[in-house]
Ligand binder design. Structure first.
Ligand SMILES: [Zn+2]
Length: 317
């Protein structure tokens, strides 16, 4: 790719049509920073950018560094189309709506009408290159967000550390599983560690509870599921992916309290303390022997050693 292409987009970024009225946060640059982060994290791998909870949550993190006001991601997501490098791809049956609509400001409506947005192909390719991506990012920060530079850059660094930790966890599965981690993989502060662990487990199970398959993700990126440790972190110090599982709040609690566990063949075991004769406990007892949801690659399944430990030490009999 030529330097000309980079220059062309640096110029385009400098000339975004933004509302510079007093007190209005620059929506478009913040949305573009969020898109850039998702490309960097490998969450966006092809030139298709849906208005996803991931994107909304990322946008809101940047937004919170700039203002306390309530954001509406629908505004920049929609209006970026006027800047000449952002295109809409409608859901089937909505082609006409998009032709005649001049303004959509509701997230739910945008998600109904638009399957995803895309960038100019050469801009997308440019953003997959770390060095060029950084130039575009710095342009956006310097032109529109200079007074918030410190906060935004520390957010970017923190995210990069989380992604790095996540990648180190992913490469760890090449090694045999060991229940106890004696030395930390890399010295990391705990918020980064737990965010990296969560990110990798949620990526694997797509925010779905392995036990009941409940999946709820709100548009601000909250989900009903937790990244649970099979052998608790305080005991194992082990963020190995195979010591993790995605569980909804109820099943995370039940698992930690020993009311449920998992068999060698990845089926639910319910504690004998639970009885389906009690009025509401059937919600757990009915899960007995249910096969759980597992990641695609069996290399990433919960480790047998970890499950055996949980049955032995936690499951109440
Ligand atoms: Zn559940």
């Amino acid at each position: 790719m030529s330097t000309d292409t980079l220059q062309k987009y640096v110029q385009k970024m400098k000339r975004l049509r933004v509302d510079r009225a007093h007190g209005v946060a620059p929506h478009k640059p913040l949305l573009l920073l969020a898109v850039i982060e998702l490309i960097e994290r490998g969450q966006i791998r092809e030139n298709k950018i849906p208005l996803s909870p991931d994107l909304a949550e990322t946008f809101m993190r940047y937004w919170s560094k700039v203002t306390n006001r309530k954001p509406n991601i629908a505004l920049p997501f929609f209006h970026l189309k006027s800047d000449g490098f952002w295109y809409f791809h409608p859901n089937a049956g909505y082609e006409k709506v998009l032709d005649v609509t001049d303004r959509i400001t509701k997230i739910s409506r945008l998600r109904e009408v638009i399957a995803y947005a895309s960038l100019d192909d050469d801009l997308f390719v440019l953003l997959t290159n770390a060095g060029k991506r950084e130039i575009i990012r710095q342009t956006l920060i310097y032109v529109y967000l200079l007074e918030f530079k410190g906060g935004i850059e520390s957010l970017i660094t923190e995210r990069q550390q989380i992604t790095e930790y996540e990648q180190s966890l992913s490469s760890e599965v090449e090694q045999p599983f060991s229940p106890q981690k004696l030395t930390a993989l890399i010295p990391v502060e705990s918020p980064i560690r737990s965010a990296g662990f969560r990110q990798v487990i949620m990526g694997l199970y797509d925010y779905t509870c392995a036990v009941c398959e409940l999946r709820i993700v709100t548009m601000d990126g909250e989900s009903v599921t937790d990244a649970a440790h099979i052998i608790p972190y305080r005991i194992s110090k082990n963020d190995d992916i195979r010591n993790g599982i995605s569980l909804c709040k109820l099943h995370h609690w039940s698992f930690d309290k020993g009311l449920i566990s998992l068999s060698k063949t990845y089926q639910v075991l319910v504690s004998s303390l639970m009885s389906d004769r009690r009025p509401t406990e059937w919600r757990l007892t009915e899960l007995q022997d249910k096969s759980i949801l597992l990641p695609e690659r069996n290399q990433l399944y919960p480790a047998q050693d970890a499950l055996a430990w949980h049955r032995e030490e936690v499951l109440r009999r």
